[in-house]
Write a new protein. Sequence first.
Lengths: 336, 336, 336
Amino acid sequence: MKKILIASTALISTAGLATAEVALSGRAEMGVYQYNAAFGGPNNGNIQFFQDIDVTFTMSGETDNGLTFGASVDLDEADGSGSFAAGNTLGASGATGNNSDDGGATIFISGSFGTVTMGDTDGALDWALTEAGNVGNPGSLADDETTHAGYLGAYLDGGNDGQILRWDYTSGAFGVAVSVEDDNGSKAVNVDPGYAVGFKYALDLSGTTVNFGLGYQKAAGAIAAGQTDQSSATGVSVSANFANGLSAGVTYTDMSDNANDKHVGLGLGYTTGAISVHANYGKFTGEGANPDTKGYGLAAAYDLGGGAVVHLGYGSSKVTGGPTAKSMSVGLGLSF
Amino acid sequence: MKKILIASTALISTAGLATAEVALSGRAEMGVYQYNAAFGGPNNGNIQFFQDIDVTFTMSGETDNGLTFGASVDLDEADGSGSFAAGNTLGASGATGNNSDDGGATIFISGSFGTVTMGDTDGALDWALTEAGNVGNPGSLADDETTHAGYLGAYLDGGNDGQILRWDYTSGAFGVAVSVEDDNGSKAVNVDPGYAVGFKYALDLSGTTVNFGLGYQKAAGAIAAGQTDQSSATGVSVSANFANGLSAGVTYTDMSDNANDKHVGLGLGYTTGAISVHANYGKFTGEGANPDTKGYGLAAAYDLGGGAVVHLGYGSSKVTGGPTAKSMSVGLGLSF
Amino acid sequence: MKKILIASTALISTAGLATAEVALSGRAEMGVYQYNAAFGGPNNGNIQFFQDIDVTFTMSGETDNGLTFGASVDLDEADGSGSFAAGNTLGASGATGNNSDDGGATIFISGSFGTVTMGDTDGALDWALTEAGNVGNPGSLADDETTHAGYLGAYLDGGNDGQILRWDYTSGAFGVAVSVEDDNGSKAVNVDPGYAVGFKYALDLSGTTVNFGLGYQKAAGAIAAGQTDQSSATGVSVSANFANGLSAGVTYTDMSDNANDKHVGLGLGYTTGAISVHANYGKFTGEGANPDTKGYGLAAAYDLGGGAVVHLGYGSSKVTGGPTAKSMSVGLGLSF
């Protein structure tokens, strides 16, 4: 429901020219949220106000021979992020001040060869798979339903700094992608770039679309303590959007050289009129002596139209032997 | 190849649709300023360059059943603010990076029930009263006239983090508001949310409008040292805008559980053609052994049209027994 | 007086009104870069991803009597920059949060008297001279060609905080400017504002334009260790743009009270169709026992049209007796 501030479609169509431009969209959220001590965070306790706002700058253009290109950066990505140590220079964000990090921004160029994207984008495994939270999920203010400890959303992306270069190509129902996450040119032993490959296939069964995803990924960065190689993962997903508003999906991910042996995720969604509901469940099976971790998430929404939606979110997590972490949020999500 | 972002009012009116959008406005100030050692600050001494700039993103939309909603955030609110300690994460601002703080942003939804606003907005007492600096004040570059030590502008707002949820309703000449400032869900003893209630009445005397304001507020946050309860305040204001360009106002605020016993403020403004002048005076009477604090501010402006205004500001403050703090600024204020 | 960005060129032209507005433009860069250990930086080693993005807000307006005014600030200038010490307040940037610093923003007002600019702008010497990197240079992603150690780009601007107030006036082929960089009102002994004066002359030889620049500058801020006065510089430049696409330029700068005695810079550029190439060389001759420093830079570009350009940059630097520092970048520069 993002309405961009468009630059006079009438004027452009009259002139008939491709033109580079910057469009604005916005998002604001207000409500209340609460989470318990096991969930962590500075304000665990009673219910409190929830408020967030952001502006997105979306840039687009076209070369003389018809390649399209574009980029995207958010207002919050102008800001330094992460933890400050005395004397460091993290004030300028990675998006605008650090050329070796994406800082949340993405840039792409697209043509008959496919699309090449650099930045804070999905690696090829994540690109190919439809994870549980992407199955008919209307979202929530605090993302409770996709931040529980049993949720797997980014696979092995982010082994180094999460800056990814991906090529993807779609032809009819079939799609393929290859991606690299760099290691910032490191010469250190056992620090390497990561890579991934993914495949998609969309099967149309007269009104019901069934999406298949398959991929493999090797993580970027250093080898984790106690492992002999960078983590790797092979994943598969199947999801379906039924004509009656129901959607369902399952993912299975097998991991190596990782504290987890495998992950299973399930997602369900249903939309009828202005109402959407979603639930997902996920479980990591620990490798060897590592504990299992599981959790579930719920999201419900009522669309008021015009970009305003009432949201409710809930998440619950449990590491075997530990306490149950819980979080919830309710309020208005406003898209502009 | 710089293309400006134009918005096609024509297109929108033709389509006849309510559409969510993000609008841009800007403000730039250049001039000189000076302040003495008693005023404080890092560069007290000789006259120096003054320069400030900001961009505001104003979002607006409408639901299908006619509720209007919107939000506002400034470019400087994308930035972390406040004081940095080693290891903390204040880089991401409260507006975009901290869901429990407004960081300067506001969000509202409005309908026949009135308007509900969350964020960096006035509490109900501040909403109801017309403080001395809001009486015909054209403003200044360094806000000298409203930052002197005798000035009371925000009443007890900001006892915790200044994030306020306010409902207000206006019917004809009468207005009412109720507000809450939360305590971030704190479970600590003696840390509580604050609240306020306020009433407005506008009396139209054939060309002269007389505005009455009345309200009560209990501060959010912790009980101050040496007090037995959160501070509270009862305030009243009367102000008038005369047909000849003169405006005048007075406020009286009685405080409890506070280092100050009461505050009186007086404001005067006069506008003729392109010229505006303003003066205000304020005095805090200390509770018990606490000293009195008083000050005055002056502002003058000449409007060049098109958004450009020449500004002059002056402020003077004195705590009983202490030195006089002085500040002044002069230059151009540009609105876009 | 906040004017929102509505705009619709059609609406403005119909109404025939000058209107204050805020325009957006953007820039995104993606590619790879590499630099050696002698160049410095955190990621010297193998080749790595390069990515940068920025948004510029350009404000413009006009007073009732025809003075034009404007201002500019970038998204990255919303951010705090520089080095953080525990407890300081650098989170809010100089552009938006520190009134005594420009933080990268500029503000101007212009009329028949010329143009007065405040902020992150060229001092009068830099304004008058055409430095080597401004001779037919298409630029590069990492600015390799203008960041080598033999490059002189800003002359003595930035002796204090780089905030400059400049008046310039152009009449036909002749231009003159005077500038001041302030010392933030310092009362310290031997800390003073700096100033500069510059002259330009453009000679048109039937298709070939020859630009002459001449200026003098005294640096702002403190006297450097081992010197008896603030640094000063006298510079001259001659550059020419030939009708066949070739451009060439030379600068000579004589310095006093400085670790360098003099600087010579040479620049060459050539553009044919979509292709542009540029080379420059610069050398600082050390004063007394100070070593000489020299370097060269190369830039090449291929314009894809619509704002997309393929860039290649290279820089090489050497301080007498030290290692050779090298950097290069290649990729896409996208302007929106």
